[in-house]
Design a binder for this molecule. Structure first.
Ligand code: SF4
Length: 474
């Protein structure tokens, strides 16, 4: 094994006041033909940050002359970009690794690799070094820009190159991206997170909060607009804390305003932590028509006792106050949420507090999960005496209510006229295009192919719980 840099939980937890350095990515000429005549396949698990990382990885590989294939069996290079948020992701990924091993038996020259959040976990790299040493490359979320070097090393030395830094992290600008869409783009505005919610592995896998410089973000958005993109989503684990680590007086509300003023047609942002959601942000959303009235506001639990155990820094009341303030200032806003059921020690009373918030907020939709312990986080060590059956029962009851409110929210759209960015061919409806409203409602629209990429006015003709159908209004 030539390259070997394994992660370390204690290092990953460290936070110092040292400002991150910004570097610019450039591909060394010596790697430009490394992928000549070779195909790559990449499978992405998890959140939008991972999706965007895969867009960067694809572009780096294509600069190295690799060509993408959507058939794993045809690929010379197979990468799994992994997620660490839930335990079952582990089984899914290692199930795929088993399939790759099988392929490698008949095609030994295949280069197989793992990257992303999961390999940032010490226990996972230990497992790889114990059972999966036949893999060729393993690299972490801080090491994407080193991919050419790692690949070259693995090919030359025919051995595992494993590089997973646990440093707080730097910012690498100018990594190219092969974007999945021609109309909407992810734009990272920050990396990492310092909130350390007790159940969450992200502060360890993605490192210290590092905000990109405003001018770098704004220039990226201007370029996307110039290239014909209609929508940008500003990405970060906790975008509302944007700027707090910069040495200038500039916050998320300032960035949102400056991005809106580029004139790009749609601006979204994800994900928000209720703790950092300022009045100024709500004012910008209310003031600018191109900042979409769609807010993902993770609740996680409605019980003050559980919120405290989760380290969430807000209470049921302060969450509801924020919710009401947003609804008052942006009445058209659609609000969605994340909820965890069965957090260690959650009683039926605690769960009822969560249901109470759901009844009050009547969310447009919600991502709901059963608590999943992540090794190394404080919550994984908490006493968990709720049976899986009970957790599943709570999840089921919660989902029934969430679905009712989602349908109720969609019902209000029937016969209304809305604007939809037509971004793809509908997966469910033949001869229809699909896209999202300002409020992130999925709409299938009867429209000619030539309308792809346009924002069109649509009359909603039928409504279901998770999608709607509509017709273009001329
Ligand atoms: S704010 Fe989000 S990413 Fe950060 S620790 Fe909490 S849950 Fe994890």
């Amino acid at each position: 094994m030539i390259n070997m840099q394994t992660p370390n939980l204690m290092e990953a937890k460290k936070r110092t006041k040292i400002m991150p350095k910004t570097f610019s990515y450039v591909l060394d000429d010596k790697y430009k033909d490394l992928g000549q005549g070779k195909k790559y396949f990449i499978k992405t698990y998890g959140c939008q940050m991972n999706e965007h990382d895969s867009e960067n990885i694809k572009a780096i590989l294509e600069e190295m002359s690799f060509v993408e294939t959507d058939k794993m069996e045809d690929a010379d290079l197979i990468l799994l970009n992994t997620c660490a948020i839930r335990e079952n992701a582990h089984n899914k990924v290692f199930g795929m690794v088993g399939r790759i091993k099988h392929l490698k038996e008949s095609k030994p020259n295949i280069i197989a690799g793992l990257c992303g959040c999961m390999v940032q976990e010490e226990s996972i790299t230990d497992e790889i070094l114990d059972k999966y040493k036949w893999l060729d490359i393993v690299f972490g979320t801080h090491n994407i820009s080193d991919l050419p070097k790692l690949l070259s090393s693995s090919i030359t030395n025919k051995s595992l190159s494993l590089e997973v830094y646990s440093i707080e992290g730097d910012i690498i600008e100018n990594i190219p991206a092969k974007r999945d869409s021609k109309y909407k783009a992810w734009v990272n505005i920050m990396y990492g997170c310092d909130k350390f919610c007790t159940y969450c592995i992200v502060p360890y896998t993605r490192g210290k909060q590092r905000s990109r410089k405003p001018e770098d973000i704004i220039n990226e958005v201007k370029k996307l607009k110039h290239d014909g993109y209609k929508e940008v989503t500003l990405l970060g684990q906790n975008v509302n804390a944007y700027g707090k680590d910069l040495d200038i007086n500039y916050e998320m509300s300032d960035l949102l305003k400056d991005v809106a003023e580029t004139g790009i047609e749609r601006v979204r942002f994800i994900t928000s932590h209720p703790w950092d959601f300022t009045d100024e942000m709500i004012e910008v959303i209310a003031e600018y028509d191109n900042v979409m009235p769609y807010i993902h506001l993770p609740l996680q639990s409605g019980s003050d006792r559980i919120l405290k155990l989760m380290g969430r820094r807000y209470t049921k009341d302060s969450y509801l106050n924020l919710y009401n303030k947003i609804k008052k200032m942006v009445p058209s806003a659609a609000i969605t949420t994340d909820i965890i059921v069965g957090f260690p020690g959650e009683t039926e009373e605690d769960f009822n507090e969560t249901l109470d918030v759901v009844h009050k907020c009547k969310y447009d939709s919600a991502f709901t999960f059963i608590f999943s312990p992540r090794i190394g986080t404080p919550a994984a060590k908490m006493k968990d005496d709720i049976s899986l059956k009970e957790k599943e029962d709570r999840l089921h009851r919660l989902n029934e209510i969430i679905n009712e409110y989602a349908k109720e929210a969609n019902d209000k759209y029937l016969n209304q006229e809305v604007f939809v960015l037509l971004e793809k061919i509908s997966e469910k409806k033949e001869n229809m295009l699909a896209g999202y409203t300002d409020t992130m409602k999925l709409v299938n629209v009867k429209a000619p192919f030539s309308k792809l990429g346009q924002i069109v006015k649509v009359k909603i003709t039928s409504v279901k719980t998770w999608s709607m159908d509509g017709e273009i209004v001329e």
